[in-house]
Design a protein around this ligand. Structure first.
Ligand SMILES: CC(C)(COP(=O)(O)OP(=O)(O)OC[C@H]1O[C@@H](n2cnc3c(N)ncnc32)[C@H](O)[C@@H]1OP(=O)(O)O)[C@@H](O)C(=O)NCCC(=O)NCCS
Length: 187
């Protein structure tokens, strides 16, 4: 099969719509967060694999904040598009919308970014086609993904440093006012 070198954002735009049935609900009657996460993973897989022309795996998920509860009976729409491609990785932006068809109400529950990596038949990361940006919004999303990637690297380095430099007698002061009790037994 001929190798594809570029693909547009539109080529792999994907929407999944799913009805929220009672078995998806928690004891409070709202939809489990895990059900939405699973649907987000599916739509990220579909969109990234279509762009790559190969199966992709999930490597990282950036921010999942459920801003509003989803109800049984809602239709949930997950709109996914490729925001960014590296060499073997792709960032899929996913907007989740819950719709109450009876009341005609639509609410935006969250937007998240899934980083996926394409795998070749040898199960190794595989180079993906470049992304053709055809609109200002495509360019904006690509630039924002680069900025998030830079912030994530900074964050990761700072966390690493914080772990290395941890000294209990210095850090313990930060716990003042927190709802914890210090009862050290293993010294
Ligand atoms: C994803 C995976 C192939 C990366 O392997 P690796 O040896 O780190 O490969 P590389 O260092 O070449 O990284 C491959 C790409 O992943 C990206 N990547 C790796 N870790 C990442 C992370 N934590 N966040 C974002 N991107 C990451 C790299 O930046 C690189 O992108 P690029 O090629 O576009 O520059 C490997 O970690 C894996 O198979 N993980 C399991 C994934 C899986 O099975 N997921 C399903 C859920 S269990």
């Amino acid at each position: 099969m001929e190798k594809v070198h570029q693909r547009s954002v539109n080529f792999s735009k994907t929407t999944i719509t799913e009805l929220m049935i009672p078995s998806y609900a928690n004891f409070g009657g709202k939809i489990h967060g895990g059900i939405l996460l699973s649907l987000m993973d599916k739509v990220a897989f579909a969109s990234s694999s279509k762009h790559a022309g190969a199966y992709c795996v999930t490597v990282s998920v950036d921010r999942v904040d459920f801003l509003q509860p989803v109800e049984v009976g809602d239709l949930v729409h997950l709109n996914a598009s490729i925001n960014y491609v590296g060499n073997t990785s792709l960032v899929v932006g996913i907007k989740v919308i819950a719709e109450n068809v009876k009341l005609g109400l639509v609410k935006h529950t969250n937007t998240s970014f899934f980083t996926m990596v394409a795998k070749g038949d040898d199960n190794k990361p595989m180079v993906v086609p470049e992304l053709v940006l055809e609109s200002e919004i495509d360019v904006k999303r690509f630039v924002e993904a680069i900025e998030r990637k830079e912030l994530k690297t900074l964050d990761r380095n700072q966390l690493k440093k914080a772990k290395i430099q941890f000294e209990i007698h210095k850090e313990i002061k930060k716990l003042k006012g927190e709802r914890c009790l210090i009862q050290l037994t293993n010294q």
